[in-house]
Design a protein around this ligand. Structure first.
Ligand SMILES: Nc1ncnc2c1ncn2[C@@H]1O[C@H](COP(=O)(O)OP(=O)(O)OP(=O)(O)O)[C@@H](O)[C@H]1O
Length: 685
């Protein structure tokens, strides 16, 4: 830039001549350095360099031959020069600022009259100068921030520098310089204007672009919003359709389930009718004013009994014949006719025939007796089914209600002491469940009702957290009305062990063993939890089978939670008297002190269950009632277990039963020890 400026000066001052020019330049140079240094802060290094370049350029001009390049500079060196410089500088700065302030509205600055005249005079030179200035101004503009570090400040510094030249004394050279300066200022302003014009137009272009983009974005946004609304509506419609579809599906499923259940009910009643003819039925017996129900045997038993009578008669006839034959043989011996030759063949053969016939009658008798046994089992099942149907017919839930908007009740599975268990379908999880409806007796006192509810809730609390393959799951509970609530259990479509045992004479050891293994696994789970549980009511009715024959323990109504602080002696039995006595160990009948119990109670029950599965009877008090067991101290006297000769079972099975039925609680294994028994392990040796 300095070079450009020097060129400018040298070209524009060629027609100016002053003989004292070297002196003036020297003075000017001194003023440039001296005044600037004294009247303002030291200039930045770059500007000082600029000044020195200018100064040497001016010197060069001064030393150039006269006429080749002349600069008209005032020789005035008075005291006011500094003030003038500052004033000129301030004025110039003011102009630039004014221009900057106005450049948004009027991008073209109107020159002052004097400047306009100067501009008119030197229009041709201006054109040349403008080119130079434009270039230098652009350079300056671009380097503004880096050269001064103050943005607009650089412009001011340039102005200051130019002011030195403009501040020449009022002479011809001065006026010329002033004119030139005015021109330069105009050109500078034009340069700034053009840069700013460019900036403004590029900004305008940008604004237009941004406005276009904004407009497009707005359009896009409104399109998206429309699309979103459309999608939301579609989603809502789909949801409604899904809801309607669900309702329809639920209705279809419910209808299907109801029609299947109705036909099952029909089938069950027809079967009962049919079986009743064969097996018997319940009749009414009137004795005076008392009406009682009695069992009237069916045709099957009559036929079997007739067969037995027939066989008995035949047997008697043959035996009479044999006796007669023997008598005749003995008579022959006494009159000496046969003494030498011994028994005749014609006498021996008939006897063999009678003996053979008697053996065959015995076999036939055995078959009929087995048939009669079978009959008894079927009769038991029929009686149970009849009771179930009667209970179902009398139940207030027999009309296929949907409970808790979820469980579609189907057919009654059975009725216990205080509850009805219905097979049901969970319309949410889509699976069969068993709904146990606990009904409080309206006749009960409020206290008894509360006690029952407490008991049931306790059972629920214990059971709900139990998750094991061999424990029936408890899914849910809810209240139906003031006197009824329901617990929802995993549905076990197989029979319970009680029904299995009633339907089967006795289980083969292999089958009994695998059932015991599963029960013990369930018990191990109960004893490995942080809160150990004693089931306390293990009996065939509380072992259920699922559709695959997997055994599952249920009914935690009498269960005990073993407290953490229970010692090795176990915990106190506070509910003595509860439970099913055939399956409880001797310590539960202890009367002299509060019994201490542990998981060994369940181990005893396992022994009884295993024995019962193998021999079809319980080891202690099989034919006794609960009351008689208590009265006769049957279990307290149960010191040793006896095994029937038939069916024959393995010694390992007998040993396991003996261990489980160890009289002394201290010597009996607990659940975890029992689970280690090799007989209950299926690992290959
Ligand atoms: N989860 C289940 N799945 C299938 N059947 C079940 C289920 N729970 C119970 N049952 C059946 O419902 C019937 C009644 O069961 P419940 O437990 O109420 O009677 P109980 O054990 O005979 O009587 P109580 O519990 O009063 O001693 C039984 O035949 C039982 O097999």
């Amino acid at each position: 830039m300095s070079d450009d400026m020097v060129m400018h000066f040298s070209s524009n001052s060629s027609n100016q001549s002053d003989h004292s020019l070297p002196d003036k330049i020297a003075k000017l140079e001194a003023r440039l350095t001296g005044k600037t240094a004294s009247s303002a802060k030291p200039l930045p290094q770059q500007q000082q360099q600029q000044l020195s370049v200018w100064s040497s350029a001016v010197k060069a001009v001064a030393s150039a031959p006269a006429g080749s390049s002349e600069v008209s500079i005032s020789d005035s060196d008075d005291e006011n020069t500094g003030d003038f410089l500052i004033r000129a500088n301030t004025k110039k700065r003011q102009k630039v600022e004014d221009f900057n302030n106005n450049n948004n509205s009027t991008l073209v600055d109107h020159p002052e009259p004097q400047e306009a005249a100067a501009a008119n005079d030197g229009r041709k030179n201006d054109a040349e100068t403008k080119t130079v200035l434009d270039g230098s101004k652009k350079k300056q503009g671009r380097g503004r921030a880096s050269s001064t570090g103050r943005g607009r400040g650089s412009k001011t510094n340039n102005d200051v520098t130019k002011s030195h030249l403009l501040a020449a004394p009022a002479s011809a050279a001065k006026s010329q310089l002033d004119q030139k300066d005015s021109k330069s200022e105009g050109q500078l302003r034009n340069g700034v204007c053009s840069v700013q014009d460019e900036d403004v137009s590029s900004l305008r272009a940008k604004i237009t672009l941004l406005e276009d983009e904004l407009c497009k974005s707005r359009q896009d946004s409104s399109e998206y919003q429309n699309l979103l609304r459309k999608l939301e509506n579609e989603a809502k419609e789909l949801k409604d359709q899904e809801q309607q579809g669900k309702q329809k599906t639920t209705k279809v499923i419910s209808d299907l389930l109801i029609s299947v259940s109705k036909s099952e009910r029909q089938e069950a009643r027809t079967k009962v009718k049919h079986d009743s003819l064969r097996l018997g039925s319940v009749g009414v017996l009137r004795t005076g004013t008392i009406i009682a129900e009695t069992w009237e045997d069916g045709q099957m038993l009559k036929d079997l009994n007739a067969q037995l009578r027939q066989l008995l008669e035949t047997k008697e006839v043959i035996e009479r014949q044999r006796k007669f034959l023997k008598k005749r043989q003995n008579g022959d011996k006494s009159d000496g006719t046969d003494s030498e030759s011994g028994a005749h063949e014609e006498d021996i053969i008939p006897d063999e025939i009678y003996k053979s016939r008697l053996a065959s009658i015995k076999r036939e008798e055995e078959v009929v007796l087995r048939e009669r046994e079978r009959y008894e089992l079927e009769k038991g099942q029929l009686m149970k089914e009849m009771k179930r149907i009667r209970d179902e017919d009398g139940s207030r839930f027999n009309n296929f209600p949907v409970l808790s908007s979820r469980y579609a009740l189907l057919n009654l599975l059975g009725k216990g002491g205080f509850s009805e268990v219905y097979k049901a379908y969970d319309l949410v999880s889509h699976r069969y469940v068993a709904c146990k409806l606990h009904g409080l007796n309206a006749q009960w006192s409020e206290e008894k009702k509360q006690s029952y509810i407490r008991h049931a809730m306790r059972e629920y609390d214990i059971h709900k957290d139990l998750v094991h393959h061999h424990i029936v799951r408890l899914w849910d509970k809810f209240r139906i009305d003031l006197d009824t609530f329901c617990t929802v259990l995993e549905y076990c479509s197989g029979k319970d062990l009680d029904a299995v045992l009633k339907a089967t004479p006795n289980l083969p050891e292999k089958e009994a063993r695998i059932i015991i293994v599963q029960i013990v696994q369930g018990l191990v789970y109960l004893n490995k939890r942080s809160q150990k549980i004693i089931h306390y009511d293990l009996k065939p009715g509380n072992v259920l089978f699922d559709e695959f024959g997997v055994a599952k323990v249920t009914d935690f109504g009498l269960s005990k939670i073993v407290e953490d602080n229970a010692g090795t002696q176990g915990m106190e039995l506070t509910s003595q008297g509860a439970g099913t006595y055939w399956y409880l160990p001797p310590e539960c009948f202890e009367l002299s002190r509060t019994p201490m119990i542990s998981s060994k109670v369940d181990v005893w029950s396992v022994g009884v269950l295993f024995y019962q599965m193998l021999f079809r009877k319980r080891p202690f008090g099989h034919d006794q009632s609960q009351e008689r067991i208590l009265r006769e101290d049957t279990i307290i006297k149960a010191k040793k277990v006896e095994f029937p000769a038939k069916p024959s079972i393995s010694n390992e099975a007998k040993d396991l039963i003996r261990r489980c039925l160890t009289y002394n609680q201290g010597d009996r294994p607990d659940v975890l020890t029992l689970a280690q028994d090799p007989y209950l392990s299926y690992t290959k040796k």
